[in-house]
Design a binder for this molecule. Sequence first.
Ligand SMILES: Nc1ncnc2c1ncn2[C@@H]1O[C@H](COP(=O)(O)OP(=O)(O)OP(=O)(O)O)[C@@H](O)[C@H]1O
Length: 283
Amino acid sequence: MTAGELAVDGLTLTAGARRLVRDVSLTAHPGEVIGLVGPNGSGKSSLLRAVYRVLRPAEGRVRLDGADAWSLPVRQLARSVAAVVQESGTDFDLSVREVVAMGRTPHKRLLSGDTAEDARLIEEALATVHVSELAGRPFDRLSGGERQRVLIARALAQRPSLLVLDEPTNHLDIRHQLDVLGALRRLPATVLVALHDLNLAAYYCDRLYVLRDGEVTASGPPAEVLTPRLLAEVYGVASEVAVHPLTGAPQVTFLPGDTGHGRSRDGEDRSAVRTPGAARAGD
Ligand SMILES: Nc1ncnc2c1ncn2[C@@H]1O[C@H](COP(=O)(O)OP(=O)(O)OP(=O)(O)O)[C@@H](O)[C@H]1O
């Protein structure tokens, strides 16, 4: 079992003549939850693919606990790294429990059955994302959100030291979004997760990396990174960022309209980019 120290150094990724990611460096220390945010097409999925060894770097390295992830034996990597990704197959002719049990495969000898410990980890993973009651159902007849939770359960059952997730909550209702992200926070693993919801990223992640056009444009704790200026530059949206009084996390409110020209729903002009702590409408 590895400790889960991830170091990405000077990573450049290409597809044919196209450069998807350029000179990206990133670290994730054992137990940290690291969020990757950025607009559509900014390179988040590509970067994750290089980390879970699907997209070979054109330049740079991905290291896990000091070892080059692209040089490790596949089986060793599979014991240490689990991925929940958008292109996960959904055509398995398997029950939910069988899909989750696949998470134990890298830890087993060829053709050996489930041990009591495997069974315990499978049940625990099913329960964590509230799919125990679906365990006997065919996976391919589940709803999108149910499937997503089952694939997360499979990754949890794997007990990785590094868990890589690409938009793991995009099909989930708010209750399950909070449950899944809360479970990721409690894992004894390093987590690298691409998220579009900046408020969830702000609350659940220790640090964020903001990608833009394949490059890291900002990184650090959410409170330092998520500023109206950055959100205007990167997403072209106007926003207000405040510290939530109950959670203590930054909370972004997006203001409709173009950057700098926010307009409230009643049509009133408003200053679109506010600094944290600025008075809000109705205060
Ligand atoms: N195999 C490929 N061939 C050519 N271009 C690709 C390939 N894979 C990705 N791209 C392009 O690389 C860029 C980055 O894609 P990527 O999927 O990494 O972005 P993303 O940040 O995950 O986006 P999203 O938020 O929409 O999921 C996009 O412009 C995409 O069209």
